[in-house]
Design a protein around this ligand. Structure first.
Ligand SMILES: O=C(O)c1ccccc1NCC(=O)[C@H](O)[C@H](O)COP(=O)(O)O
Length: 215
């Protein structure tokens, strides 16, 4: 029997990986718009992929501290379902992005220790969803997608969530079932854990991840 855990495969750059994610049963696919990322994708390539995504697979645009002009270009070009903010956007900026794009916003909250958990309550007031991810190491090039996990015990005792949330950070086919059990997550996100090299998605790992998350 499978559970209804929803999965997001982030950093999709090819039709092949998009197909693999959809066939495996992923609920979301993520496109990364961040130049330094090995998963960066241009607007027109993302638009071409997004129109191929089956109904029922939500298309998420991951952006980092976007300007209004960035958002306007993005939403004018790519058919999207969700904006994921993965930078240092303030709660006020999250609200502005929602209004400007007319799309639901998922705000990433980086967690390294207990002091980071206060941000969950703050962003729950304005975001439609939260992505609880590992905080990047100091000086890292990427604010996410680093294959690092945080201490899941930090979430284990949390009973009340006022918004839907997704667990991310260092997940893989080997540890996702354990992560779901320990945190109670109903949604999980992965990027480097389903790659054969930075930015190169592996179809077998995508299938194994979705299977393990639901299993
Ligand atoms: O994945 C990237 O390259 C990236 C670049 C800039 C900001 C965020 C990025 N990824 C964020 C994600 O949504 C990842 O899926 C999440 O951080 C988990 O990544 P991983 O630990 O590699 O599974």
């Amino acid at each position: 029997m499978t559970s209804n855990i929803r999965t997001k495969i982030c950093g999709i750059t090819t039709p092949d990986a998009l197909q693999a994610a959809a066939t495996a049963g992923a609920s979301y696919v993520g496109f990364v718009f961040f130049e330094k990322s090995p998963r960066n994708i241009g607007l027109s390539d993302a638009a071409a992929l997004a129109v191929e995504a089956p109904i029922g697979v939500a298309k998420v645009a991951l952006v980092v501290n976007p300007t209004d002009a960035d958002l306007d270009a993005l939403t004018a070009t790519v058919p999207l379902d969700v904006i994921q903010l993965h930078g240092s956007e303030s709660p006020e900026r999250v609200a502005q992005v929602k209004t400007r794009t007319g799309l639901p916003v998922m705000k990433a909250v980086g967690v390294a220790d207990v002091t980071d958990l206060a941000a969950i309550d703050i962003y729950s007031e304005v975001a439609d969803q939260l992505l609880i991810d590992a905080k990047p190491p100091k000086g890292a090039d990427l604010p996410g997608g680093n294959g690092l996990a945080f201490d899941w015990q930090l979430l284990a005792g949390r009973k009340y969530w006022t918004k839907p949330w997704m667990l991310a950070g260092g997940l893989s086919p080997d540890n996702v079932a354990q992560a779901v059990m320990r945190t109670g997550a109903k949604q999980v996100d992965v990027s480097s854990g389903v790659e054969s090299a930075p930015g190169v998605k592996d179809n077998d790992k995508i299938a194994a991840f979705v299977r393990a998350a639901k299993g």
